[in-house]
Design a protein around this ligand. Structure first.
Ligand code: KIV
Length: 276
């Protein structure tokens, strides 16, 4: 494939590493971590941050469609396109060699039909280089999970707050409807997902789901009892003034970057940079 084969024409597709094969962590290996030491997962959208994550020992990376909020300047994830997801997934894949890369299926890429969902999932694997895909929805999207899993692509589900449609009605409040959450989680598991994101789910319900499900639960804003935890990298690194209340800021990179840039600008204005 050449770069001209890509829809936007400018993204270099994922190229498998040459030389001795570097084996990436498989979905099966991740699934076996169920019930063990909690598994850290983080989002990444580009080469430097994917490298930082892998070097930090994080070997499960999500190219989330939160790309829309934290990188592309949208208020929601809803406008994110397949082409944008492919572009950023390929960047993350090129930057890593061992981590298992999960690519989010953006809004509109899987809802219309099984056929379209499978075609788009295949693109994220072939052109983006991801090893798994993630899609939002419980009972009502279980059929899509099944269709994608059936062609051999590992699938991660996502229930609780589902940001692609939260702004269209259901909102972002904590999800506390135990029976509905359990029904959704079981439907996604039964359809063949190997893991499921629980976003802003009541912590006790998240604990119960983690105990009842055979697949890994990945918590975000859902308390400490999940098998894995995920955070948006910009939130945990403190890249914006405000982070969601559940996201501990492990650094203040935004402030450090602004200070460094102010120092640089002042140095240029004082003719102190560059030195002769
Ligand atoms: O898009 C994303 O980053 C996500 C996580 C918040 C789970 O879906």
């Amino acid at each position: 494939m050449t770069s001209n084969d890509l829809p936007n024409g400018d993204a270099r597709p994922y190229e498998p590493a040459k030389g001795p094969a570097l084996r990436r962590i498989t979905a099966g290996a991740i699934k076996r971590r169920k019930g063990g030491t909690p598994v850290p997962m983080v989002t990444a959208y580009d080469t430097p941050f994917a490298q930082f994550a892998e070097e930090a020992g994080i070997d499960w990376i999500l190219v989330g469609d939160s790309l829309g909020n934290v990188v592309l300047g949208y208020d929601e994830t809803t406008p994110v396109t397949m082409e944008q997801m492919l572009h950023h997934t390929a960047a993350v894949t090129r930057a890593t060699s061992r981590a298992h890369i999960v690519a989010d299926m953006p809004f509109g890429s899987y809802q219309v039909s099984d056929e379209e969902a499978v075609r788009n999932a295949i693109r994220l694997i072939k052109e983006g280089g991801a090893q798994s895909v993630k899609l939002e929805g419980g009972v009502y999207e279980a059929q899509r999970v099944r269709a994608i899993a059936r062609v051999g692509i590992p699938v991660v589900g996502h229930i609780g707050v589902t940001p692609q449609t939260a702004g269209l009605g259901p909102g972002y409040r904590k999800r506390t409807h135990r029976d509905r959450l359990l029904e959704d989680a079981l439907a996604v598991q039964e359809a063949g997902a190997y893991a499921i994101v629980l976003e802003v789910v009541d912590a006790e319900i998240a604990r119960e789901l983690t105990e009842q499900l055979a697949i890994l639960t990945i918590g975000i804003g859902s308390g400490p009892h999940c098998d894995a935890q995920v955070l948006v990298i910009h939130d945990l690194l403190g890249m914006y003034p405000h982070s969601p209340p559940f996201a501990t800021r492990f650094a203040e990179i935004g402030r450090a970057a602004t200070e460094a840039l102010r120092e640089y600008a002042n140095a240029v204005k004082r003719a102190a940079f560059p030195q002769a």
